[in-house]
Write a protein that binds this ligand. Structure first.
Ligand code: NA7
Length: 551
């Protein structure tokens, strides 16, 4: 237990006898939780601790150890930018950082900032209840511990609640099965195995080439065909490493300026401003360069359907060019949504994988999976695919799943699940009316998943820390989002989404459509990170407009 516990705004006697009483309790030790602990403990001097379900720090990068797991943000931008020392002391090895390297980086940061002494590993939160009389959050963990804290901050990530589809018969399967987000630490040996992989989102697209290279046979079960841009991943040159080190201020400036927090700007031209030949040349150059920058080739790709069609057509043609078997190519290119209206994957040899003799594609929109049998997967046409291993690359109950799993109850026992029955309602994605002193880093209604994640995370962490500093400086102990402010924010989030083509991909996880029964609400804020940052700053300047602050 930390020796420096200094309860704030409540008496320690108000907590259960065995509870550790803190100023702030943070749930999750990924990118968000690590920085939040540093910001509150080391800058504000708060008694703060982190509870982490895993046995190590790293969050997403602790759990997602599937073959090919790699970040889609370029490594020189996928880092904490709050500390020049950290930026200078760490060197990435590849253009896109792999899972193991990111995990090493986060451990480096945790060690460098001496964070681990206040991180309690192996603590899965099972309940969090607001006690209004004591103004404390009372938190319980699966191993029977109790905590109490004035401020509760969720740093549980947007994509951490695995979506394992309820396909009949899974319990009968004689082989092994895995979800990519809960991958065994010892790895999976695919040698000589017949593998079935369900899902062709970013994860499946990363995993397929690596599994195919190791397994006897891979069958990819595709429900929704997807675009993908080559990542063109490669080791970074010494020149590039030096350039990134010498230009951190400029990189930070660009990342704060752009809507998605990436280290490149969006071209200031419409897809209609250029001739068809020029457009083709621009797309080809972006394709050759690789990565998410393809999306920045024109400013209107996500606003104008006709502009988007030009990119979508280019990418469909690329699939048909790469994949030799015309029938397989047709299934892969039969994409029912516009480019980047679902999260656009980037890959290393995904479409090329279907040219291998040991890889097959099954279109489960045409012939849906009926059941899992003892021997494998059976589709509606009666076909059975014999398998030794099933890989579920089926994504997550995104944005709300990881929060609802915490079993949070606010004022008067109000359950978050109840408050969000019709979909998440937040103010700025940071607070929920009825849940005082609860902050949700990258919560629904914040830009989060539409960005290079460290950028919104740093902004949220700093906003929350400044808010708590403000409360303490003014003798205040409670902040709560007001219902009318949250209503207005939800309306603004909807309007921002509707100004883009994003809601038109009806089955995207941005809308919650990948989880049966989940309310369909466009969850992330599509107005851009730069605009969001200004909105948050303006609200502070106007005395925390829309929040109620009490002593
Ligand atoms: P995604 O992007 O949600 O992809 C999941 C995939 O699994 C997608 O192709 C789904 O098809 C498919 N899926 C889900 N359930 C089923 C069932 N029941 N049957 C067949 N296919 C299914 O998750 P990822 O892990 O790839 O990526 C998540 C994010 O992580 C990514 O966007 C990055 O931000 C990092 P669907 O499209 O729903 O038809």
């Amino acid at each position: 237990m930390s020796a420096s516990i200094a309860p704030m705004g409540a008496s320690p006697q108000a907590a259960p006898p065995n509870a550790l009483v803190l100023d702030a309790l943070i749930i999750g030790a990924g990118f968000s939780g690590l920085y939040q602990l540093h910001a509150l403990r080391d800058r504000l001097g708060l008694a703060a601790q982190v509870l982490e379900a895993g046995d190590g720090v790293g969050g997403t990068w602790y759990w997602n150890r599937y073959p090919g797991a790699r970040c889609d943000s370029e490594s020189h931008s996928y880092a904490y930018y709050f500390s020049d020392d950290l930026l200078q002391e760490w060197t990435w090895s590849e253009r896109y950082p792999g899972q193991a390297e990111i995990l090493r980086y986060l451990n480096f940061v945790a060690d460098r900032l001496d964070l681990k002494r206040d991180i309690r590993l192996g603590r899965r939160v099972t309940e969090a209840r607001y006690d209004a009389a004591a103004n404390l959050w009372r938190v319980r963990t699966a191993n029977g511990e109790a905590y109490a804290a004035t401020f509760l901050i969720t740093a549980v990530g947007c994509l951490s609640s695995a979506n394992i589809p309820d396909i009949p018969g899974l319990q009968d399967f004689a082989g092994r099965w895995y979800h990519t987000g809960q991958w065994p630490h010892e790895g999976v040996d695919f040698t000589g195995k017949r593998v079935g992989m369900i899902g062709t989102g970013s994860t499946g697209i990363q995993a397929a080439p690596v599994i195919a290279a190791a397994a006897a046979h891979l069958t990819v079960f595709q429900r929704t065909a997807n675009y993908s841009i080559p990542a063109r991943n490669a080791p970074l040159t010494d020149d590039f490493k030096q350039w990134a080190r010498d230009n951190t201020a400029e990189l930070r400036r660009i990342m704060h300026l752009t809507p998605n927090g990436h280290p490149f700007t969006i071209a200031d031209r419409s897809a209609h401003d250029v001739s068809a030949e020029e457009r083709q040349a621009i797309y080809q150059a972006a394709w050759d360069k690789g990565g998410l920058q393809f999306r920045a080739a024109f400013r209107d790709l996500l606003q104008d359907k006709a502009a988007n069609d030009t990119a979508s057509d280019f990418l469909r043609a690329k699939i048909r060019e790469i994949v030799k078997d015309p029938e397989t190519a047709a299934k892969l290119a039969n994409i029912d949504h516009g480019f980047a209206t679902k999260r656009p994957p980037i890959d290393t040899g995904y479409f090329e994988t279907f040219n291998r003799d040991n890889v097959a594609l099954v279109d489960v929109r045409a012939t849906p999976i009926e059941r899992i049998t003892k021997a494998g997967i059976q589709t509606r046409d009666g076909q059975e695919y014999p398998l030794d291993i099933i890989v579920f690359a089926t994504g997550f109950d995104a944005m709300t799943g990881s929060l609802l799993k915490l079993n949070i109850h606010g004022r008067d026992g109000l359950a978050l699940r109840e408050a969000w029955q019709a979909g998440p309602r937040t103010y700025l994605g940071l607070q929920v009316p009825g849940f005082p002193n609860l902050f949700t880093i990258t919560g629904p209604g914040s830009p989060s998943v539409l960005c290079n994640m460290p950028v919104p995370i740093e902004q949220h962490v700093e906003w929350i820390a400044e808010c708590i500093r403000h409360l303490r400086a003014n003798g205040l102990t409670r902040i709560e989002a007001q219902p009318d402010a949250a209503e207005r924010w939800v309306a603004h989030v909807n309007a921002a989404a509707n100004a883009t083509l994003l809601p038109q991909a009806g089955h995207s996880w941005y809308l919650g459509a990948n989880v049966p029964g989940k309310p369909r609400v466009f969850m992330p804020y599509a107005g851009g990170m730069a605009r969001y940052r200004e909105v948050c700053a303006g609200i502070v300047e106007r005395g925390y407009e829309g929040f109620k602050l009490t002593g």
